[in-house]
Structures are given as structure tokens and as C-alpha cells.
Design a protein around this ligand. Structure first.
Ligand code: B1M
Length: 229
């Protein structure tokens, strides 16, 4: 059966998720929007739709990108489709009655334009009651410093997806030390090529594997800091 003949609404949940992974791979934005809405209508939580269809689908795209099967233009279409699904989930993930827990400034480091993971972290943090100031992509040290000065956040989040851009996190953290403001912010770092060792080496407070871990880590480090005061 050709893709055109597939009626998403008639698929079982399992088949729909499999089809959404294919559609994400093929960069089919409207199908991703429809699939996202269908899963929500069937009672799926926004978090499950996000992780089990969109993030899982992007994982496959990443593997084929790495292996030279997909190229930048195709991956851009997949990213756009993913963003369209995230746009539907965003209001659901960020709606919260929780009291404000603190403020986070977040940005993708200089030289790096990957923003899907960072956006997802921002959404989950907002959903958990944090105020999020998203600086965007390709953020240099001066922009991080200016944002810390302006917004006085408890947390600074940095994202990097490239092995060539992740060392820039150390530039930012070293500058915070030089300026005598390192202790003012909890620095959380994340992105696919990072790990805990790297976070320790650059002097971050914690490495966050994913958006959910970022929320947990932010909560526990803020609580620890309050207890020390
Ligand atoms: Co890029 N890319 N890309 N890419 N891309 C990767 C990262 C790569 C691993 C692909 C591969 O080869 N398998 C590879 C890097 C290899 C390396 O460095 N060793 C790569 C490359 C090489 C490149 C280019 C250099 C390709 C080229 O031009 N030849 C180029 C670089 C451009 C630049 O930045 N200067 C490039 C471009 C692009 C696109 C523009 C096409 C597109 C980005 C679109 C966009 O973001 N708007 C793109 C994409 C989509 C990817 C992959 C396929 C998917 C990334 C993604 O969105 N994942 C990626 C492959 C991969 O990661 N496996 C790849 C989904 C997202 C939810 O996960 O971002 O990991 P992730 O975020 C997670 C966690 O990491 C964590 O939480 C998130 C949510 O759970 N997290 C944080 C992330 N940031 C955090 C910050 C925190 C906390 C947690 O702060 C507190």
C-alpha cells in the first residue's frame, strides 16, 4: 500500500507510532501533526507522545545521518516535522499550576545550531514550574553573561550537539569563574555527545542526559543550595 493510502486514524496505537517514525524520517510535517493529535485524542500523555514517537523517531534519523544514508536537507525536513509536533505538545507540557521554582537561562553554545533538545528541555522545565529564558542558538560567552546579569537566574543551561562545540562550555564556565560569579548560578549542561566526565572536566554542576533528568537535577540542586543558605 502506498503511503498516500494510509489512514492514520485507522491504525492501532502501535502501528500509528511506527508510521509516525516513518513520517518523521520522511519529513512529513502534516502527518506528524495529525499523528500527534491522534495519540493525544486517544489519551496518551504529551510526554509519552513526545518520547515514544517524536524523540524515538529522531533517534533513527540520527543513526542514518551518521551512517551517510540521510543528508542535511533531509534531516532539516525531519527536524521541521518534529518541531511541528512539539508545537502541538508545547502548551500541554508547559501548562502548570505549580508555584515558580526558579529561573533558568538556556542556550545552545557558539558554533552550534541544534536546538530541538534545548527547546524540549525548556518546555519540560516550564512545565515543572521554572521560568525559562531561552537565548536561542550559537550563543557566545558575552550573551550568556549579559543574560545572567539581566535575569539573575538560579540556573544556567548550555546545550551542545557537536564534539567541536562542546568545549565552548568550558570557555563560558571559566569566564564565570574569572568574573567571580560562578557561585551565583548552578550550571547544567546537556547534549548527545556529552557525559558526566565531561561535565566534571569543564566545571559544570551536573550533566543532564535528557529533559526529564534536567528537571529532577534542577530541583534537587536548587533545594540543596537553599538548605546551605
Ligand atoms: Co546535526 N549532527 N549537524 N543537524 N544532527 C548530529 C548532532 C550528529 C550526531 C549526527 C550524526 O552524525 N549522527 C552529528 C554530530 C557528530 C559529532 O559532533 N560527533 C551532526 C552533524 C555532524 C551536523 C553538521 C556538522 C552536518 C553538516 O553540516 N555536515 C551540521 C552542524 C551545524 C551546526 O550546528 N553548526 C548539522 C546540522 C543539523 C541540522 C540543521 C540538519 C539538524 C538540526 C536542526 C535543529 O536542531 N533545528 C540536525 C539534526 C536534527 C541532528 C540529529 C539527527 C538530531 C538532533 C536532535 O534534534 N535530536 C543529530 C543526531 C543525534 O543526536 N543522534 C545530529 C533530538 C533531541 C530531542 O535530542 O538534541 O540529544 P538531543 O537533546 C536531548 C538530550 O541530549 C538533552 O535533552 C534533550 C531532550 O531529551 N539535552 C540537554 C540537549 N541539550 C540539553 C541542554 C541541557 C540539558 C539537557 O541543559 C541543561
Amino acid at each position: 500500500m502506498a503511503d498516500d493510502d494510509i489512514i492514520l486514524a485507522e491504525l492501532s496505537d502501535e502501528d500509528l507510532v511506527a508510521q509516525m517514525k516513518d513520517d518523521l524520517y520522511d519529513g512529513m510535517k502534516e502527518e506528524i501533526e495529525e499523528g500527534t493529535r491522534l495519540l493525544l485524542d486517544r489519551g496518551w500523555t504529551p510526554y509519552d507522545v513526545l518520547t515514544k514517537s517524536l524523540v524515538a523517531g529522531m533517534q533513527i534519523v540520527g543513526e542514518d545521518f551518521r551512517d551517510g544514508i540521510l543528508f542535511v536537507p533531509e534531516v532539516l525536513l525531519s527536524a521541521n516535522a518534529m518541531k511541528a509536533g512539539m508545537a502541538i505538545l508545547r502548551p500541554l507540557l508547559v501548562e502548570t499550576g505549580a508555584p515558580k521554582q526558579g529561573k533558568m537561562v538556556i542556550g545552545t553554545v557558539k558554533g552550534d545550531i541544534h536546538d530541538i533538545g534545548k527547546n524540549l528541555v525548556g518546555m519540560m522545565m516550564e512545565g515543572a514550574g521554572f521560568e525559562v529564558v531561552d537565548l536561542g542558538i550559537n550563543i557566545d560567552v558575552d550573551k550568556y553573561l549579559a543574560a545572567i546579569e539581566e535575569h539573575q537566574p538560579e540556573l544556567l543551561g548550555m546545550s551542545a550537539l557537536l564534539t567541536t562545540t562542546m568545549p565552548y562550555m568550558k570557555v563560558v564556565i571559566d569566564t564565570l569563574v574569572q568574573k567571580g560569579i560562578r557561585e551565583k548560578v548552578i550550571v547544567l549542561v546537556g547534549g548527545a555527545p556529552l557525559n558526566e566526565d565531561f561535565a566534571n572536566q569543564v566545571g559544570a554542576d551536573a550533566y543532564c542526559r535528557d529533559a526529564a533528568v534536567t528537571v529532577e537535577t534542577a530541583r534537587s540542586l536548587i533545594e540543596r543550595r537553599h538548605n546551605q543558605l
